[in-house]
Design a protein around this ligand. Structure first.
Ligand SMILES: [Zn+2]
Length: 121
C-alpha cells in the first residue's frame, strides 16, 4: 500500500485519486497523460516516490540501476502492448523545471501513434 503524501502520482498509485490504469504491477503503473502531446501519450510511473533522475542516480548514495532498468523494460512492454511497435515510439524523462518537469515524482513519457518529427517536445 502506497502512503498518500499529497503527490498526485502517489495518490494515483494509492488509489485515492481514480485513474484508468493501462498497466499495473507491484512496482509500476501506466496511465494516459491528461495533456497529451502526441496521439498516444502515456506515463509509466514507479509507485515509489522518487522525485527525479537526480534522486535515482544521486551524487552520494545508491544508484537505482535495477529499478531504472525495469522502468525502461516496462515502458517498452507497454508501448508494444499498445501497438506502438513496429512503427516506433519515443520515451522522455524530464528532469527539473527547465526541462518541463511539472510533477516531481519520476515518470517516463511514452509518445507515439503518429510520426513525431525530429524535435523533442
Ligand atoms: Zn509521489
Amino acid at each position: 500500500m502506497v502512503k498518500d503524501n499529497g503527490c498526485i502520482f502517489c495518490r494515483i498509485a494509492a488509489g485515492t485519486v481514480p485513474s484508468t490504469k493501462l498497466f499495473e504491477d507491484g512496482e509500476f503503473l501506466c496511465v494516459r497523460d491528461i495533456q497529451p502531446q502526441a496521439k498516444v501519450h502515456l506515463l509509466v510511473i514507479p509507485k515509489e516516490n522518487i522525485s527525479s533522475l537526480d534522486e535515482a542516480f544521486p551524487v552520494h548514495g545508491h544508484p537505482r540501476h535495477e529499478l531504472m532498468g525495469r522502468l525502461l523494460e516496462t515502458a517498452t512492454k507497454v508501448a508494444r502492448q499498445q501497438g506502438l511497435l513496429p512503427e516506433g515510439f519515443r520515451l522522455a524523462i524530464n528532469t527539473g523545471r527547465a526541462a518541463g518537469q511539472t510533477v516531481f515524482h519520476l515518470h517516463v513519457h511514452i509518445l507515439g501513434g503518429e510520426a513525431l518529427g525530429a524535435t523533442f517536445a
